[in-house]
Design a protein around this ligand. Structure first.
Ligand code: SF4
Length: 294
């Protein structure tokens, strides 16, 4: 949430949040689309650039702070949530963002991530998930699927992948969402909901790495399967929703807004469980969108 961050009347555009640094990702990298979406969205916050800070760890996506004309820190591997915790707790007048990837957040920084979620520090974490280590040239990551052949798993990965959404729910994160680099509208609506939430918001962003894991999310990107790729939850999490309601935390769900194509926040009591955009951890197909907040 940005309630304690001073606002500005200055008319801003995406350009105001674009730095003079040359963007150095591979051609076609999904990171470009996310960067553009974030730069275009930031003026909507109505905050001064000097009251916004982006902290990253290590990885391709962690170059993000260079390209934004805000304060930023390209920090150490896996530790961005911890550094951001220090910033957020010392400076309530800042809007604090973390940019991380599946390797940075879930392997090297797994411990830091879960404790930040547990503490519910006021920040938004953007977890770029391309299911591969891109910066170090294509090793399997904690979200690579079982059987994935990479340079470090020439005979296929034996490991079961992490589902970042399930992990965040297990840490009782207060806002969890999933979106994708290629759906600008959906991505922007999720950014807005995450930024408005007071506490830690975790936003998983499916991101294509055309060099080392091209097409990992093609099924979702197809216009034909986009809406259908949202798989209603069959087992598991509805119980969690019910539990959250029952213990009085007032759970809310983000559901797809058919009119706008974006998402909207509703009380879980107002929607049937099957309409909540939840990820079915038992289904190997990734889903398009999922979010809850409490
Ligand atoms: Fe993007 Fe992959 Fe290149 Fe990294 S290696 S910049 S994730 S395309």
């Amino acid at each position: 949430g940005t309630e304690s961050v001073p606002t500005t009347d200055e008319k801003q555009t995406g350009k105001d949040f674009t730095s003079d640094q040359e963007v150095r990702w591979c051609p076609g990298c999904g990171d470009y689309a996310v960067l553009k979406a974030v730069q275009s969205f930031l003026p909507d916050l109505g905050l001064r650039r000097e009251n916004i800070v982006f902290v990253s760890g290590i990885g391709c996506s962690s170059r993000f702070p260079y390209y934004l004309d805000t304060y930023g820190m390209h920090s150490i591997h896996g530790r961005a949530p911890t550094i951001a915790t220090g910033i957020a707790t010392a400076r309530e007048d800042l809007s604090v963002w973390v940019v991380t990837g599946d390797g940075d957040a879930l392997s090297i920084g797994g411990n830091h991530l879960i404790h930040t979620l547990r503490r519910n520090v006021n920040m938004t974490i953007l977890l770029f998930n391309n299911r591969i280590y891109g910066l170090t040239k294509g090793q399997y990551s904690p979200t690579s699927e079982t059987g994935k052949v990479t340079k470090s798993t020439p005979m296929g990965s034996l490991d079961h992948p992490f589902n970042p959404v399930s992990l965040a729910l297990g840490a009782e994160a207060s806002f969890v969402a999933r979106t994708i680099d290629s759906d600008r509208k959906h991505l922007t609506s999720v950014l807005a909901a995450a930024a408005a939430h007071r506490g830690t918001s975790l936003v998983e962003i499916y991101q294509n790495c055309p060099i080392f894991n091209d097409g990992a999310f093609d099924a979702i990107k197809s216009p034909d399967t986009k809406a259908d790729a949202i798989i209603p939850l069959v087992h598991g999490e509805p119980v969690l929703f019910g539990a959250q309601l029952e213990d009085g935390r007032g759970a809310k769900a983000l559901v797809r807004d058919e009119e706008t194509g974006g998402v909207k926040v509703v009380a879980t009591a107002d929607v049937p469980a099957e309409d909540i955009l939840v990820h079915d951890a038992h289904n190997p197909d990734p889903t398009m969108a999922f979010a809850i907040s409490r």
